[in-house]
Design a protein around this ligand. Sequence first.
Ligand code: NAP
Length: 310
Amino acid sequence: MSQPVYSSSDLLQNPGVFAAAQPPIRLSVFGNPVAHSRSPGMHNAALQAAGIEAQYVRIQVEPADANQAFKALPGAGFIGTNVTIPFKAEALAACDRVDEPARLMGSVNTVVVEGEQLIGFNTDGPGLVRAIREEFYTDLRDLRVLLLGAGGGAGRGIAVQCALEGCERLVLVNRTLEKARELETLLRPHFSSDRLVGPAERLQVIPWEENALRTQLAQTDIIINATSLGMKRSDPPLLPQSLLTPNLLVYDTVYATGKSRLVEDAEAVGARAANGLSMLLHQGALSFEIWFNQKAPLEAMRAALRPSAA
Ligand code: NAP
């Protein structure tokens, strides 16, 4: 946390400062705000463990500078950057090419510099797949998923990943129903086969109402929370505890508060539950693999994310 936070004006007005640093700054996370990001700790541990002479910093980007800041990366000697709120859509627009998942997700969280070109990826969805395997010893594609927050950036990424994996079932829930309906239209072609034996629809949108949730949860293996609810200790509970049952898996993408209220409530009824730290770890490991074309030093990265290392 003691590392300096750079700004988009540094990139635009003084790009030489990055290559001149010791070790040279070749990677970053763009965001606003960005001071809270845990990515530098995780990636600098990875760079050190892999013996790569480079450092990773936070760059606070002003919205008006975003496009130019992306375009300045090659000239400033960067290998790439991660992107966090609110620039993931701008990153997509700034890239010369993006992979198919990023295009469908409508957002890029990992940029690679290739010559003068920027290539975009989104590792959030694939990171979640690895996290689910690690936490619950099962594959996302084999699960019937109920996704809360299917309207925000993370929710859209997870829904697209479920579609690309060919998940057995996906139920989209969002406070603003219209956004979940838009996602349903986008993903409908991916759910056209009748993989599920039984009467339930493979892709469904439901309103955020207790009765509708109760009905769907009877045909759900995993609840994934992709809302921002739970980031503050004072947030109200996401779901009434009476809806949670011991057979459910619960994955809360929120990791800011350690064990979220949702994770605590799920564990209290005997369900298996995990917070989003494992997704953060694995999306970061996938970024490292994209930048360096080598396996990420996962244990060094994991150690850097432990609360004692924050
Ligand atoms: P976002 O684009 O702002 O979306 C926020 C989502 O939360 C929307 O679906 C929004 O619903 C919903 N929401 C907000 N307040 C709500 C409330 N009071 N009740 C019900 N729903 C509410 O944010 P994001 O980028 O998707 O991030 C969402 C969460 O994902 C954050 O907690 C973030 O930490 C987490 N995340 C974790 C990882 C990881 O690696 N673990 C990676 C990415 C994101 P409306 O559409 O109705 O506004």
